[in-house]
Design a protein around this ligand. Structure first.
Ligand code: GLA
Ligand code: ZN
Length: 684
C-alpha cells in the first residue's frame, strides 16, 4: 500500500479555491462578506492570500499593518475556509524601490529596470534578501498558530535573472567554486576558441547580447547559476518560516516547462510541488493533442517528487487574458481539465483568480466571481460542479500513479540543444519530440513518469530518452546497468553528443551511449521542410514492426557495431543504411531510432513494445481517438479516470468488470458512452 499523507492534517480534503486578493478591496468591506458567502456556495475551501500584498502589509518601511489580514484569516476560518499564505516577494512596495535602487533588476544589457510590474527584483541584493526575510518573519510570527493556515506559498512564479554587480560577483564566486582553477575553467568552457581565454577571475561575467554569448559552457553555467541563485533567494525566504512554523509545508508555484529554472534542482527544496496550468483549449491544436501535452506536464510535476501528489495551484475558471485569443472553455471542459490534473496526481484544484480585479492588467482575466458580482453565471456553476465532484473523491487523496514507463525530459539537455548552432536553426523541438514519444502511451491509457536523466531507472520496464544530446556523468553507466538487468531503453537521433559542460564527446557519437546501443553515429543529415525520406522496416524482426514510415527533418547516419538492423533508409546517398536498430545488452535491449518522423512510427513501435514487454494499459479495451485513461492507486484500491477530450460522444467498453461510478455512486459495467468533453471516475 502506497499512500502519501494529505498536504496538511489540518484539512485532509481536496483543496478547491484560488488566488484571492482581499487587499484590493479593503475600501469596500461588503466585499469580504460577499466573498465568503460566494466561496461557500461555490464549494471552495482554500484560498491563496497575500501573493502581492506587500504594500498593504508594510505601507511604510518597518510599519506593519496586519489587521486586515487578521480579519480575513479569521473570517475565512470561521466559515470553514482555509488559507495558503503567500510571502509577498513577487512584487515590492514602491517606497522600497525608491529608497533602495539595488532591489531592482538589471537586464542582460546591463541596464537597471525602473520600478514597476512584478517579479522585477534582484535575487542577490542584500537589501532585498533582508527585507523579504523580515516580512516573512513577521508573517510567520503573526500566523504561526492560526488554525486556518495550511501551507506557505513562497513568492510567485520565480522567474527571470539579474545582471547587477551583486549578481556578477555571486556568479564569479560560483564559477570559481565550481572550477577552482582558471586552467580548468578555460578548458571546460573551451575558451581558446576566438581567444576568449580568461586570465583573471574578475573577467568572468554573465552572458550579454552585446558581449559574450557564444561560449556554450558559459551560457549553460549561467543558467545553472540562475537556478542556484534563485534557490538561494528562496532558502533565505523560507528560513524564518522553517524556524517558526516547522510543521507548515512549503511550496512555490512552478510554470510547467518554463526554461528559466531547472525545476529538478528546485523540487528538492520544496515540501510539495505546485504548478500553474493554462492550456489554450479550443485553439490551434486539437483539444486531445493539447490534453496529452498537458498530461505530460502534470506527469513531470508528479515525478518531481517521486510520485508524491502535487498541487494544481493556478488554472483559469474560464479564460485567460494573455493568450493570443482569450477563448472561453466550452461546456464540460472546466470539470474535465480540472479532473485531468487530479487524475495525474493533483490533490488540489486552485484557480487564478477568485474575484476579478476592477482595474489594471488582469481585470479581464477569468475569475470565479466576475464583475457582475453574483453567482448566477456559467463560470460560477462550472466551478461549483468541480467542488461537488472533488467532495466525492476524498479517497483519492494521497494516492499515486505507478508507471512502468518513463520518458526522460531534461532541463539542462533542453538548454544545451537550444543553444547549439548546427543541425537546424529552427524546429530543434526537444520538448515537442518528448511529447510525441509520450503520446502513444496517453492514447492507450498507459501511465508514464516524466523524469530527468539523473533519476533512478530501476523501477521501470521501459525508459525512453528522445534526443539525449547531453549525457551527464554517470548517466550512461546507469542506462547500461538498467539494460543489463533487463530493462528496455529507447533513444533517438542526436543523442550522446556533449557532456555536461557542452563539450562534444570525442571518439565517436553517441559517446558514452555507444556501447549500450551498439552503434556508431557518423554524421547527421538535416532535411528541408519540402524534403522527406522513408524508413523501411520490412524484414521479419523480433519487435514485429513492419512498414514504410515517412521521415522528416533529421536522419542520423549510423553504423552498427554490436546492434542488429531493424530498418533502413529508402533513398538518398544513404539508402540501405540502418535507420532503426536494437542492441541486446545483458538481459535487456537498447533501441535507436535514427530518424525524425510524424509519430506514425512511434505509434506502431511502442504498440509492439508494450505487447512484448507486457506493459498493461489501465483498461483492457481499445480507446477511441481523444479518449485517455489514467489511474491513481494506493496499491490496493484503484481509481480510474476516463476522459474524453473531444467535442463528440465516444463509446468505450468496460468489459464484464463492475465498477462504482464515483460521481453518482452507481455501479457501471459493459459498453458506456462518454459525452462531449465527458468523463467517468471509477472505483474498482
Ligand atoms: C500567473 C500568475 C498569476 C496571474 C496568472 C494569469 O500564473 O501567477 O498571478 O498573473 O498568471 O494567468
Ligand atoms: Zn542582481
Amino acid at each position: 500500500m502506497k499512500k502519501f499523507g494529505p498536504i496538511s492534517n489540518k484539512f485532509p480534503h481536496f483543496y478547491h479555491g484560488g488566488d484571492y486578493n482581499p487587499d484590493q478591496w479593503r475600501h469596500d468591506p461588503k466585499i469580504l462578506d460577499e466573498d465568503i458567502r460566494l466561496m461557500k456556495l461555490a464549494k471552495c475551501n482554500v484560498m491563496s492570500i497575500g501573493i502581492f500584498a506587500w504594500t498593504a502589509l508594510e505601507p511604510e518601511e518597518g510599519h506593519y499593518d496586519f489587521k486586515w489580514l487578521d480579519e480575513v484569516m479569521d473570517r475565512l476560518y470561521d466559515n470553514g475556509i482555509y488559507v495558503i499564505l503567500a510571502t509577498p516577494s513577487g512584487a515590492r512596495p514602491t517606497w522600497m524601490s525608491q529608497k533602495y535602487n539595488e532591489v531592482l533588476r538589471v537586464g542582460a544589457n546591463r541596464v537597471r529596470n525602473l520600478h514597476g510590474i512584478r517579479h522585477n527584483h534582484c535575487y542577490t541584493s542584500p537589501v532585498y534578501r533582508e527585507k523579504t526575510e523580515q516580512i516573512n518573519r513577521k508573517l510567520a510570527e503573526r500566523y504561526k498558530d492560526h488554525p486556518g493556515l495550511l501551507a506557505w506559498h513562497i513568492s510567485n512564479e520565480y522567474c527571470g535573472e539579474c545582471h547587477c554587480d551583486h549578481c556578477q560577483k555571486a556568479f564569479r564566486d560560483w564559477v570559481q567554486n565550481k572550477y577552482e582553477t582558471l586552467d580548468h575553467l578555460n578548458l571546460q568552457w573551451w575558451t581558446t576558441f576566438w581567444s576568449h581565454t580568461y586570465t583573471d577571475w574578475s573577467q568572468v561575467e554573465s552572458p550579454a547580447p552585446h558581449g559574450e554569448h557564444k561560449v556554450h559552457g558559459h551560457n549553460l553555467d549561467w543558467k545553472r547559476f540562475v537556478t542556484h541563485q534563485t534557490i538561494e533567494f528562496y532558502k533565505n525566504e523560507i528560513k524564518p518560516l522553517k524556524e517558526i512554523t516547522p510543521d507548515i509545508p512549503i511550496t512555490t508555484n512552478f510554470m510547467g516547462t518554463y526554461q528559466g529554472l531547472d525545476y529538478w534542482k528546485f523540487a528538492k527544496e520544496l515540501d510539495m510541488i505546485s504548478w500553474d496550468s493554462y492550456p489554450q483549449w479550443h485553439g490551434p491544436e486539437k483539444d486531445w493533442e493539447l490534453a496529452s501535452n498537458i498530461s505530460f506536464v502534470h506527469d513531470i510535476n508528479r515525478s518531481l517528487k517521486g510520485g508524491k501528489p502535487f498541487m494544481l495551484m493556478e488554472s483559469t475558471p474560464s479564460m485567460t487574458n494573455w493568450q493570443q485569443v482569450s477563448k472561453l472553455k466550452r461546456p464540460g471542459m472546466h470539470l474535465l481539465s480540472s479532473i485531468q490534473a487530479v487524475a495525474h496526481g493533483s490533490d488540489t484544484v486552485q484557480y487564478f483568480q477568485w474575484r476579478k480585479s476592477r482595474g489594471a492588467s488582469e481585470k479581464l482575466h477569468g475569475a470565479v466571481v466576475d464583475h457582475c458580482g453574483h453567482e448566477n453565471t456559467r463560470v460560477f456553476r462550472d466551478v461549483t460542479e468541480v467542488g461537488n465532484a472533488l467532495s466525492k473523491l476524498e479517497q483519492v487523496i494521497g494516492t499515486t500513479v505507478e508507471p512502468e514507463v518513463a520518458i526522460i525530459y531534461d532541463w539542462e539537455n533542453n538548454w544545451a540543444i537550444n543553444d547549439m548552432e548546427g543541425v537546424r536553426k529552427e524546429g530543434r523541438d526537444y520538448e515537442k519530440t518528448c511529447k510525441r514519444h509520450y503520446r502513444p502511451f496517453w492514447n492507450k491509457g498507459i501511465p508514464v513518469d516524466v523524469i530527468n536523466m539523473d533519476c533512478d531507472l530501476s523501477r521501470y520496464k521501459l525508459v525512453i530518452a528522445p534526443m539525449l544530446y547531453m549525457v551527464r556523468e554517470g548517466v550512461a553507466e546507469k542506462i547500461e546497468k538498467f539494460v543489463e538487468q533487463g530493462g528496455t531503453f529507447v533513444t533517438t537521433y542526436w543523442s550522446g553528443i556533449v557532456n555536461e559542460n557542452d563539450l562534444c564527446f570525442l571518439g565517436g557519437f553517441p559517446g558514452p551511449l555507444r556501447q549500450v546501443l551498439g552503434i556508431w553515429a557518423e554524421e547527421i543529415d538535416s532535411l528541408y521542410d519540402f524534403e522527406s525520406n522513408y524508413a523501411v522496416i520490412d524484414k521479419e524482426n523480433k519487435i514485429g514492426v513492419k512498414g514504410r514510415y515517412k521521415i522528416d527533418q533529421l536522419c542520423d547516419l549510423i553504423h552498427v557495431e554490436s546492434a542488429e538492423v531493424l530498418g533502413a533508409y529508402e533513398s538518398d546517398f544513404y539508402k540501405g543504411q540502418p535507420a532503426f536498430t536494437v542492441n541486446r545488452y545483458g538481459k535487456g535491449n537498447a533501441y535507436y531510432i535514427a530518424f525524425r518522423n510524424n509519430n506514425e512510427f512511434q505509434e506502431d513501435f511502442y504498440k509492439s513494445l508494450i505487447n512484448q514487454l507486457g506493459i498493461k494499459p489501465i483498461l483492457d479495451t481499445q480507446l477511441p481517438e481523444g479518449v485517455t485513461v489514467q489511474k491513481r492507486t494506493d496499491g490496493t484500491k484503484d481509481y480510474i479516470f476516463i476522459m474524453n477530450f473531444t467535442f463528440e460522444e465516444k463509446k468505450i467498453d468496460l468489459g464484464d468488470i463492475t465498477y462504482i461510478d464515483m460521481l453518482n455512486e452507481k455501479s457501471i459495467t459493459g459498453p458506456i458512452a462518454l459525452e462531449a468533453y465527458g468523463l467517468k471516475i471509477l472505483k474498482k
